[in-house]
Design a protein around this ligand. Structure first.
Ligand code: SF4
Ligand code: SF4
Length: 417
């Protein structure tokens, strides 16, 4: 999402769009709605029409209907960064733009204080009833909060049973950025990584002072706030050295772009770039860690059919698709399942599922039906948002197919125990 800076009060220009339409069939919002104005070509056309005017509510609503999935930019012969142009456009909108603008505003505020998510996990469905009763009926947020209430309680990040058994010699320390979801909603992700690393005499270290990565804030167009969140994390991370492990694919892609986000800030540009260059996505790390392991195949696990969901930020932005598959391929007994027509967006899209709950649910359920047709024993992914969305998909479809983070599978099945 490398950025240009158009005037504050005008939408992005669309001079480069060739109107070829290559972006239309790959757009999840177009596929779910059948409305071409929501595709990249539609948005480019709209930007051209409105280029000399301040955007109004219709323009704002159409620009709110984008997941920032990057699928259009992948096929665009003009190499237009649509996500970046949508973010630029949103930065000129009011704070309450689009449908359900107030709910999106509240969610952004909550991400500024991610510890509130921990309270939401504890409160579970009660929080859904009390805090989100104004959400539209189709919103999956109540369902998600109810699901969160079922997750295990947090445990100490740096202590694993295996490490406690080890004696002598200091463990190698690996700097870790957990992101809001692992830290406050799914602490079992952190436990799983700690358990795996403990077998290699390594321990996770989470620096003090980390907050939300800022991706959802940037996606809403609140760029100053996104920069503030980035600076907070950079200040905390630059006190350490070495690789920074990131277990959420979307957080990873955003941390890797801090250098771009702060490229026009002389005081922060280099600091941001240095942090961006240190981040390592968890499947890339696991692939390197596990590739030389020899594994004993457990016959009971021979038919564990696993579907891996590619998070859009991993697939289209970071280009990380092979490593998670290699990791899964290295686990004993795992058979990897693939969709016939290739990876697809889950419809979560940061705050998209709050602002466009019906479209989000349609995209989610279209994917869920295809996954269920494959008859997996288990679904896995590496993005916290996708994890939530896929859990809600299986619940909505009344399926008991488990949805777990990749780290849980590696912890359970990797050869070194
Ligand atoms: S980023 Fe994704 S949702 Fe947005 S216009 Fe492009 S393909 Fe459609
Ligand atoms: S693929 Fe690119 S050039 Fe073609 S219509 Fe879409 S945005 Fe325009």
């Amino acid at each position: 999402m490398a950025g240009s800076n158009p005037p504050e009060s005008s939408p992005p220009t669309a001079k480069r769009c060739a109107k070829c339409g290559a972006c239309t069939p790959v757009c999840p919002v177009f596929r779910a709605s059948g409305n071409e104005i929501y595709s990249a070509r539609g948005k480019q056309h709209l930007a051209e029409v409105f280029k000399d005017q301040r955007p109004g509510p219709v323009f704002e609503d159409i620009y709110s209907k984008c997941l920032l999935c990057g699928a259009c930019s992948e096929v665009c012969p003009q190499h237009i960064d649509i996500s970046d142009e949508v973010i630029e456009a949103r930065s000129t909108f009011s704070g309450l733009y689009g449908e359900h603008g107030y709910q999106k505003y509240l969610a952004r505020k909550a991400l500024n204080r991610p510890e509130l998510l921990g309270a939401a996990r504890v409160l579970g469905k009660t929080a859904a009833d009390m805090l989100f009763r104004r959400l539209p009926p189709a919103s999956g947020l109540r369902l998600r909060l109810a699901l969160l209430a079922q997750t295990p309680a947090p445990s100490e990040i740096l202590v694993s049973p295996l490490k406690q058994e080890r004696s002598g010699g200091a463990a190698a320390q690996i700097i870790y950025f957990p992101g809001c979801a692992a830290r406050y909603l799914y602490p079992d992700i952190i436990d799983s990584i700690s358990m795996v690393l403990g077998r290699y005499d390594c321990e996770l270290v989470t620096p003090d002072g980390l907050g939300c990565c800022g991706l959802a804030t940037l996606a809403s167009g609140t760029k100053d706030e996104a920069r503030r969140l980035a600076k907070t994390n950079i200040g905390a991370l630059e006190l350490s050295e070495g690789p920074i492990l990131v277990s959420c694919g979307s957080c990873y892609a955003h941390l890797a772009s801090y250098g771009t986000l702060l490229a026009d800030d002389p005081a922060w540009k280099t600091r941001a770039q240095l942090v961006s260059e240190r981040v390592v996505e968890i499947s890339v790390f696991f692939e390197a860690l596990l590739k030389d392991e020899t594994v004993a195949v457990d016959e009971r696990l021979q038919r564990l059919k696993v579907f891996y969901h590619d998070p859009c930020h991993m697939r289209n932005e970071a280009g990380i698709t092979e490593e998670p598959r290699k990791v899964l391929g290295s686990l004993p007994g795992v058979t990897l399942l693939e969709l016939e027509d290739g990876p697809q967006c889950c419809g979560q899209g940061g705050l998209f599922h709050i602002g466009a709950p019906e479209l989000s649910a349609t995209i989610r359920d279209n994917l869920a039906e295809k996954i269920i047709d494959l008859k997996p024993d288990l679904v896995t992914t590496t993005c916290s948002g996708c994890l939530m969305q896929l859990k809600s998909a299986m619940a909505a479809m009344q399926q008991d197919i488990p949805v777990v983070h990749l780290t849980a599978l590696v912890n359970s099945l990797s050869g070194k125990q």
